[in-house]
Write a protein that binds this ligand. Structure first.
Ligand SMILES: NC(=O)c1ccc[n+]([C@@H]2O[C@H](COP(=O)([O-])OP(=O)(O)OC[C@H]3O[C@@H](n4cnc5c(N)ncnc54)[C@H](O)[C@@H]3O)[C@@H](O)[C@H]2O)c1
Length: 335
């Protein structure tokens, strides 16, 4: 009973979720609310959606570049923990609009951290990305020195550095979660990925699944991989959301910062994923396109640290299930 009470009290905390109206953020919020926490969503809705905003959370429309507003929200609401997901995330676009990406992702993160100075914020969880590692053969562990290849990846790496640097100065612990490729939708049927512009393979397949003549693009087929197409580690968004809850509990209880890979430790090539899709949807037309700037050949996670540190096991680590979950959500979006 005592243990239960202690756990409940952790999640009675006031948690600020930047980017909480986005794809992954909305799943994190859904789970935080299930865990009885008081949640404040801070989002400018640039790629977020009103439809994804949890009714039990308090929504504040705002931009992380606005230091004054952030400071006010954190102070007025006695925020203890921040989960920082707000960012621009399109790799291709980041190569073209570097300043825009720097200002939003790096400048925005610095602002958010500055707003924590002298406040009740004790924990910051940051959405980083496997892209900071660059191109790696074999499973990559958290010890690997970052080698970002795209500008987007560079902004994530810089943001990590800011968080680490200020953690001692401003007296907070951090959780840097390096997500691999996120896909699928919540079992609740209420939330999933809406934004189409990010160029995510599984989202694109889900969109195509709703068409009479599905067409799928493969960007590059002469990479140095098992079949020439890019290899990625896909994680179900519901599992990823749960990692946030478990990581937050762990950091609060142990008062120790964490850096964790968030994937399943298995790499699938684009061709392999499309072959699975072809079993679900017939008459798929596959088109080969030029490589996309900033894409690396392969990346998949070593997740020993994730399993060991959090004592956590995935529930949805089945690629068929992930694909079907994304397709089910896409159908729902059409209703
Ligand atoms: N989707 C993936 O596969 C993946 C992989 C690795 C890392 N990530 C990281 O996860 C986080 C969430 O990504 P997502 O897939 O949910 O994308 P998303 O676009 O759905 O979510 C981003 C959210 O941030 C908001 N936002 C952006 N700039 C903002 C600003 N200046 N002020 C306030 N709000 C702002 C957007 O409106 C949106 O709601 C990002 O930080 C991304 O870099 C995602």
């Amino acid at each position: 009973m005592m243990y239960l009470y202690r756990n409940m009290s952790i999640f009675a905390n006031n948690i600020l979720v930047t980017g909480g109206a986005g794809y992954i953020g909305s799943h994190v919020v859904e789970l935080l609310i299930k865990n009885n926490s008081k949640v404040f969503i801070f989002d400018n809705l640039i790629t977020g959606y009103k439809k994804l905003i949890n009714k039990k959370a308090k929504f504040i429309r705002g931009d992380i570049k606005n230091l004054k507003k952030l400071t006010k929200i954190i102070n007025e609401n006695n925020i203890n923990s921040i989960i920082h997901l707000a960012a621009y995330i399109n790799i291709k676009e980041s190569e073209k609009y570097k300043k825009k990406y720097y200002r939003n992702n790096v400048g925005g993160t610095l602002n958010l951290i500055k707003a924590c100075r002298g406040t009740s914020v004790k924990t910051v969880i940051f959405s980083s990305s496997c892209s900071i590692y660059g191109n790696i053969k074999g499973p990559v562990s958290e010890k690997k020195t970052p080698n970002p290849k795209s500008y987007y990846a560079f902004t994530k790496y810089k943001s990590e550095e800011i968080i680490k640097r200020y953690s001692k100065k401003f007296n907070f612990k951090y959780g840097i979660l390096r997500y691999f490729n996120v896909a699928g939708a919540s079992k609740s049927g209420k939330i999933g990925e809406i934004e189409k512009s990010h160029g995510h393979l599984i989202k694109n397949l889900a969109i195509q699944s709703t068409k009479l003549k599905p067409e799928v693009d493969i960007f590059g087929n002469n990479y140095n991989t098992k079949d020439g197409t890019c290899v990625r580690d896909y994680i179900h968004v519901a599992d990823l959301a749960e990692i946030h809850i478990v990581a937050l509990k762990n950091i609060i209880n142990k008062k120790k910062s964490l850096i964790l890979n968030c994937g399943y430790g298995k790499g699938y090539s684009v061709k392999e994923i499309i072959d699975i899709f072809k079993k679900i949807k017939k008459n798929v037309i596959v088109r080969y396109q030029k490589k996309r700037q900033g894409d690396v050949a392969q990346i998949y996670a070593n997740i020993s640290k994730l399993r060991k540190t959090l004592n956590w096991k995935p529930k949805y680590n089945n690629i068929n299930l992930i694909l079907r979950s994304a397709i089910k959500w896409e159908k729902k979006l059409l209703q």
